[in-house]
Design a protein around this ligand. Sequence first.
Ligand code: GLN
Ligand code: ZN
Length: 768
Amino acid sequence: MRMLTHNLGFPRIGAQRQLKKACEQYWAGSIGRAELFFAAKKIREENWLLQKEAGIGMIPCNDFSFYDQVLDMSLLLGAVPHRYTPVATDIKENAEIDLYFAMARGYQQHGLDITAMEMTKWFDTNYHYIVPEFTAAQQFRILSDKLFHEFNECKRVTETTPKPVLIGPVSYLLLGKEKQNGQEEKQFDKIDLLKQLLPVYIEVLKRLEEAGAVWVQLDEPFLVTDLTEKQQQAFQYAYKEIRKQCNLKILVATYFEGLQENINLAVNLPVCALHVDLVRAPQQIDDVLKAMPPKLSLSLGVVDGRNIWKNDFSKSLALIEKAVTAIGEDRVMLAPSCSLLHSPVDLDGETAIDAEIRNWMAFAKQKLDEVSALNQIKAGNKELLTINARAIESRRNSTRIHKKAVKQRVAEIKDADATRNSAFTVRQSIQQQRFNLPLFPTTTIGSFPQTEDIRQLRARLKKGDLSQQQYEAEIEEATINAIRVQEEIGLDVLVHGEFERNDMVEYFGEQLDGFLFTKNGWVQSYGSRCVKPPVIAGDVSRTSDMTVRWSCFAQAQTSKLMKGMLTGPVTILQWSFVRDDQPRWQTAFQIALAIRDEVNALEKAGIKVIQIDEPAIREGLPLRKKDGPAYLDWAVKAFRLSASGVQDETQIHTHMCYSEFNDIMEHIAKMDADVITIETSRSQMELLEAFARFKYPNEIGPGVYDIHSPRVPTVEEMMYLLEKAVALLPVKNLWVNPDCGLKTRRWTETIAALKNMVQAAQQAREKV
Ligand code: GLN
Ligand code: ZN
């Protein structure tokens, strides 16, 4: 008797990013609907057959999506905001797909101009979903056939009974936002919509049953988060109603964390199986098993769906053994920890990665083989275990990745290493004397427009069409140009423009020891956008200067202050595939020490102002509130380690761009950067109130204009925001800057906007 294996979802972009290409061509009008659908169908077929071949017992369907699975749910359930009604009539054949893309991307055609739905991060991943919008009078109805179509298609292609994947009703509501006419509105609680929503869910499930489905997977990731009493009741109510009216076998899937105090709630839902994430929370196995009611099956998520490392079979088998002993083989299911959406597709093509290291890795396709292998080992195939043990052993001992000196240095970190020599007020007056900057000093966040010709330079260098020397000469020219532009505009603290960087993490990863890069390790970020995170495979160290050459070149071109630009340790960590054989903080500290050496080298080379970007600190926050402080403690320490090796007279900046500081204010202050620049314009400086309430002591540059839009803000608009800032914080602490880097903008709008910004700063100076 073998355990039932299944998969929670497979990446849908295609191993060669075929879906990205097809969608973008369709949007550009260069292919038609039939070709788009054909490309999608081929991806689905390939994925399904691949899973069948891997020996997966229950193959998921409806995990495919043209843009986002949450948006798919909104269309399935008819939660289409009113503003899209004209789109439906505008589209001649009333094509569902065009309405769908309009919701995802906005609609500007035939005199209509309708904004897209909001997008936000999917739990603690780098995947972004389309936020459902609910009104107080929200009605639901089945609007789309996609789910049923894909079920039938999968059944035909695989000759199996597939398992449709849906977002569960409670999580679907919790993912959404209460809105009225497109504006947020808290007049009602979205969870109260459950009454209207459930009959539609039940209708969906009944239709699946009629089509021949046996199992259905309902994703309820909110079960691993802090739940209010009312939300807990919603779970109980929803699943009781479903049970009453539908005979399908329901598997409730949880992932990204342990169930913790929600264990009893989860195991007592009247469903047939519960999926738990034993990669993120292996320790929950004992409590879950103890709480299991007699008939419930347990799906063990033992293969990491969020990372690229080979599974350690001995560890997984220990978990499987426990479950089998407690509840018997026929009630245990095996699966990856979460949907493989968050993994790259196929390791087989990564021939450039050193063979020894490649043997430690697994992408989506390989992960399914691992799930099958675990089942086979349990059934007696010991050879598979031996092969795995050899790979795990080689990784554990390899001198390629384990560097004594690096580990030693982290072990020897002292508190003093993470503390500047003097307190901020002392540093502030030293720096004031040294720099003699005016009130409301102006600066930018780092990057200037990365135009097509700059990106072409890198492509040509890679191809060999451009020598390193020619490439650098071109980059120098772009840098000089950016400096002249900034001087003419009259900015106070200049930047070199970051033209030499492809990406703010990759640029550093490529120069640090311990990183490696994949050819095709793409993961969907949102819609057709994919990211290819670097892999932190081993102990990280800095072998030579990384940015000194460019910062010094830039400083030599101007008598103004030139800000050195670095990416912070937490952001580098957060936007990479991180090794799983040591705690994250340890890897973060290794990176921090490498960045620290670079900061010190910049100082030594004469750079007086250095910015260490940390836009990703907040997104590393754990899903549970109570786990926040422990994470923030090491994250802040990592930043401080990188920043604290310099003299008082060197000014350290940091930059962050997100919209919530309230709950992390204390830690932001603990970072103790001399200057922090943040994104505030879209919230009309509301964000700054958190800093004011906290009496944030250090200098701060609240962004006075939104860089996401090509629109040139007026002097008055920026003055208005500056006045708000003046009302909230001491004038002597205020800087003037845009919200974020200008990489994605064009030169014309950039120059016009910065000119207005400098004028606004001048007016502000005259007013005080
Ligand atoms: N220095 C970076 C830039 O200007 C910061 C980018 C970011 O905050 N994401 O591009
Ligand atoms: Zn930013």
